[in-house]
Design a binder for this molecule. Structure first.
Ligand SMILES: *Cc1c(COP(=O)(O)O)cnc(C)c1O
Length: 211
């Protein structure tokens, strides 16, 4: 089913949109299934899980989408195509430092908290000006990541996604990572360039499987 799910979703996507298959809590075998549908972008929310699932010399692009602790950065640098969840200047500094050590450029997105739910990490939109004033030699800020409000109210979700679209346009960001299984169709209407889909591809998750 995984292959069919990916193919079905991909058919609905504009060409410029990257589908990220969120494989957190799912075993490597599910990733291998997805690869059969030419899926190469995978999202995980724990550094440990990326390190466990990654195999040497394969073309997979790993996307870090969960809160990243600074003490884990050194294990992630060089193993990830894009970190979506950069939520503090301190974290940016640590990514710069570790990327410099490894002599590479790490691509990141700034997580912006537009839904204002207590549990959400991320910058306030008012902080973006200041963050973007900093310059980095070994970090490339490609855009922003937004998580929609956890609610059934489509209008509320749409309001948040419209704000994100405005930010993308006013800062000329290349990437806007926005939209999950329950809200990606709305995200696509508002300029998402990357959607992060787990459940609709792999099925319901069992979080007890995640250490
Ligand atoms: C788990 C997760 C997703 C995928 O969610 P689904 O509802 O399973 O599609 C997307 N983004 C983030 C940040 C996540 O943690």
């Amino acid at each position: 089913m995984i292959k069919e799910n990916i193919e079905r979703i991909r058919q609905t996507l504009p060409e410029n949109v990257t589908l990220i298959a969120v494989s957190k809590t799912y075993p490597r075998s599910c990733i291998d299934e997805a690869i059969k549908a030419n899926q190469l972008d995978f999202g995980e929310n724990k550094v440990q899980e990326i390190l466990q699932k990654a195999q040497p010399d394969e073309p997979i692009r790993w996307h870090m989408i969960g809160h990243l602790q600074t003490n884990k950065v050194k294990y992630l640098i060089g193993k990830t195509a894009l970190i979506h969840s950069v939520d503090s200047l301190h974290l940016l500094d640590v990514i710069e430092k570790e990327s410099t050590k490894q002599d590479l450029v790490t691509h990141v997105l700034l997580q912006v908290n537009l839904a204002h739910e207590e549990t959400k990490f991320g910058f306030d939109e008012t902080e973006l000006d200041d963050v973007l004033k900093h310059s980095y030699q070994h970090v490339a800020i490609d855009g922003i990541m937004v998580i929609g409000p956890h609610c059934e109210d489509e209008q509320r979700i749409e309001e948040v996604f419209m704000k994100a679209e405005k930010l993308k346009n006013s800062y000329h960001f290349k990437e806007l990572s926005m939209g999950m299984s329950y809200d990606y169709k709305i995200a696509l209407k508002h300029g998402a360039t990357m959607i992060r889909i787990g459940t609709d591809i792999f099925g319901q998750r069992d979080y007890s499987k995640q250490k």
